[in-house]
Write a protein that binds this ligand. Structure first.
Ligand SMILES: Cc1ncc(COP(=O)(O)O)c(C=O)c1O
Length: 393
C-alpha cells in the first residue's frame, strides 16, 4: 500500500504544542511529526470512539502480546509478559524511577548533549546531574569511557540515563559500547535506565540493539522505557511501556509507577498502541524510507546552499543535529535570531548541554515541501545573522 507523506496537513487549531506559534512561523522543534498516523491506527481509534463509552480501562493481554511480538520480530529481543509494565509516558517513568530508586542529592549520569528533559527529571527531583560529555571530533561523536568509568565510580552516582538511539545526535549505540556501559554500571552499582523511545526510527537497513539484549549484566541491572508514541506519532495519547527483567527491581518500579499514579491507561492509548504494534509495520517501513530521503535532501541542500552549516552524520531519529560552528559569530542566540528574522523555530543546541551552544536541532519529520521551506528560511536566517554579526563586530 502507498502511504502519503507529501500532503501538508494544517495542524493549527488542534491544540498542537508544536504549532502554537504565530501565523507566519514554521515550527521544526519539538519531536512529533507533521504526518497523519497510519490508517490502521486511525481506523481503530475511530471505531473505539464510535462505541461512545470511555470508562476506566484495563491493560488487556493484547497489549502485552503486541509489544512482545514487535520486539521479537523487529529487534530480536524476547520479552516475557511479566517484564512489561504500563506507564503513561517515558518521561513520567524516568522521573518516577529517579524519585523511587535514588535518594535526594545523589547523582544521575547523562551523556551530553542529550534530550533536554532529562535534566528536568533529575534536577526537579532534587538529584544532581553528572555529565559524561560525548566527544565530538568534528564529524562523529563517541563515548569517553575513561571519564564514564571515573564518574560511575563515584559512590554518589547511583543511576545512569542511557539514550539509545541518542537524541539529539541520532546515534545508535553498538553492542560493544552497550556491553561496556553495562559492565561498568554493574561494577559500580549504578542502575541503568535505558530510554529507547527512538528505537524504531532508524534509517532503512539500520537496526538498534536493545540494551537488555546485550548481556546478563545489562538485563539484570536495567529498566528500559519504550513507547509507540515517537514511532507512530501518538505523543498526545501519552503512553509507554517499562521493561524490567529483574523481578526484585520490577517490584520496586511497579510500586513507583503505582504510587505516582502513572500506571492507569487511557482508553485510546491502548487501542492505538495495539493497532500500531500489530498492523503499523508497513506504514513504518514507508515512513523510514521517507524520513531517510528527507535527511538526504536536507544534507544535499545544506552542502550546496549553506556549507557553513554541517549535518552531523546520523543513523536514527528524524532530528537533524546541525553543527553551526562555521557560521560567522555563531552562538547560543542563533536559534532566537532565526525565529525572529524568518519565523523558523528550531531547537537551540544550548538546551541539550554538553557545550552545544553552536548547534541547532531541526525536526525533519514533515512533508518534503515543508522541509524545503524550512531549509530556505534557515539559509536566509543564517546569512542575515552573519551579516548582522559582521556589522556589529
Ligand atoms: C529521548 C526521549 N525520551 C522521551 C521523550 C518523551 O517521552 P514521553 O512523551 O513518552 O514522555 C522524548 C521526546 O522527544 C525523547 O526524545
Amino acid at each position: 500500500m502507498q502511504y502519503d507523506f507529501d500532503t501538508v496537513v494544517d495542524r493549527r487549531g488542534t491544540n498542537s504544542l508544536k504549532w502554537a506559534v504565530g501565523g507566519e512561523e514554521l515550527p521544526m522543534w519539538v519531536a512529533d511529526m507533521d504526518f497523519l498516523v497510519a490508517p490502521e491506527i486511525q481506523r481503530a481509534i475511530t471505531q473505539r470512539a464510535a462505541h461512545g463509552i470511555f470508562g476506566y480501562t484495563e491493560v488487556p493481554g493484547d497489549w502485552y502480546r503486541a509489544i512482545s511480538s514487535w520486539w521479537a520480530q523487529r529487534h530480536g529481543l524476547q520479552i516475557p509478559r511479566e517484564w512489561i509494565l504500563y506507564c503513561t509516558g517515558v518521561v513520567p517513568a524516568i522521573s518516577s524511577a529517579i524519585r523511587k530508586l535514588t535518594t535526594p542529592g545523589e547523582k544521575v549520569l547523562v551523556q551530553t548533549p542529550v534530550f533536554n528533559i532529562f535534566y528536568n527529571c533529575i534536577r526537579n527531583n532534587g538529584r544532581q546531574v553528572v555529565e559524561n560529555r560525548l566527544v565530538y571530533d568534528g564529524g562523529r561523536y563517541h563515548i569517553d569511557f575513561a571519564d564514564l568509568q571515573q564518574k560511575l565510580a563515584d559512590p554518589q552516582t547511583t543511576m545512569m540515563l542511557l539514550c539509545n538511539p541518542h537524541n539529539p545526535i541520532g546515534k545508535i549505540w553498538d553492542r560493544t559500547e552497550l556491553e561496556e556501559i553495562g559492565a561498568l554500571c554493574r561494577r559500580h552499582h549504578v542502575l541503568v535506565l535505558a530510554d529507547e523511545i527512538h528505537c524504531d526510527l532508524t534509517d532503512p537497513g539500520q537496526n538498534y540493539t536493545p540494551f537488555a539484549a546485550v548481556s546478563n549484566d545489562c538485563r539484570q541491572n536495567s529498566i528500559t522505557c519504550v513507547a509507540p508514541t515517537k514511532t507512530f506519532n501518538l505523543a498526545g495519547l501519552q503512553t509507554s511501556a517499562v521493561l524490567v527483567p529483574s523481578g526484585a527491581l520490577r517490584h520496586r518500579v511497579e510500586r513507583a509507577l503505582g504510587t505516582d499514579e502513572i500506571a492507569e491507561p487511557n482508553t485510546f492509548a491502548i487501542t492505538a498502541a495495539v493497532a500500531a504494534y500489530t498492523s503499523g509495520g508497513p506504514w513504518l517501513e514507508a515512513l523510514r524510507s521517507y524520513l531517510y530521503q528527507n535527511k538526504q535532501a536536507a544534507a544535499a541542500y545544506l552542502k550546496k546552499e549553506l556549507p557553513q552549516v554541517q549535518v552531523v552524520p546520523s543513523t536514527a531519529t528524524y532530528l537533524l543535529w546541525l553543527d553551526c560552528r562555521q557560521v560567522r559569530g555563531s552562538g547560543a542566540d542563533l536559534a532566537d535570531h532565526l525565529r525572529q528574522k524568518t519565523g523558523l523555530y528550531l531547537s537551540g543546541g544550548a538546551q541539550f548541554g554538553g557545550g552545544s551552544e553552536q548547534f541547532l536541532r531541526m525536526n525533519i519529520a514533515c512533508p518534503r515541501a515543508q522541509l524545503y521551506a524550512g531549509l530556505q528560511r534557515l539559509k536566509r536566517g543564517v546569512l542575515a545573522y552573519e551579516t548582522w554579526w559582521s556589522e556589529q563586530f
